[in-house]
Design a protein around this ligand. Structure first.
Ligand code: NI
Length: 173
């Protein structure tokens, strides 16, 4: 498996709508495995394909801190929210594409998601707690949306400015 470079905001690919997967090809399975590896290495609890430059509807997540990596990992192709509760929950969120920045985001506390698994089989599950937050955050990525979009414009501008500076510094390294 390969660790893939994670795109840092602001970046046009993070703002595009990703395309649905038609066939779960070997190439896509490799991408999904690489994404998990990249996520664990970062470390993070979720990663969406656009964050590694692939405009495909694919996300990976693992919100359990189990010692056995991959035990609770989920790879979702074409994830779709079927139900989102009116009841909300506020979590402090971060993003691997916006390193070291956090903000409180309100989202549905319970969501039911349908997706296609590695074998091409349709699956459906209801998530709550951190998993619910995480899966909604990752699906947002597939629609070009970032957690900072839920913050005040001022806070968003501040974070974006910091990220631009970070990217400039990285280029000079
Ligand atoms: Ni993110």
């Amino acid at each position: 498996m390969t660790i893939r470079p994670i795109l840092i905001h602001p970046e046009p690919k993070l703002r595009k709508k990703a395309l649905p997967v038609t066939v779960v090809s070997d190439q896509l399975l490799t991408l999904a495995d690489d994404m998990l590896e990249t996520m664990y290495e970062a470390p993070g609890i979720g990663l969406a394909a656009p964050q590694v430059g692939a405009l495909i509807r694919l996300i990976v997540l693992d919100c359990n801190h189990s010692e056995d990596q991959n035990l609770d990992a989920i790879q979702m192709f074409n994830p779709e929210v079927l139900f989102a509760s009116d009841e909300k929950n506020t979590h402090e969120e971060g993003c691997l594409s916006i390193p070291d920045q956090y903000g409180e985001v309100e989202r549905s506390s319970v969501v039911t998601v349908r997706w296609i698994d590695r074998a091409g089989i349709e699956e459906q599950r209801t998530f709550e707690g951190l998993w619910a937050t995480c899966v909604q955050h990752e699906i947002d990525h597939l629609n070009g949306k970032l957690f900072i979009d839920y913050l005040t414009p001022l806070r968003r501008q501040l974070i974006t400015r910091k990220m631009k500076k970070l990217k400039r510094e990285k280029l000079q390294e």
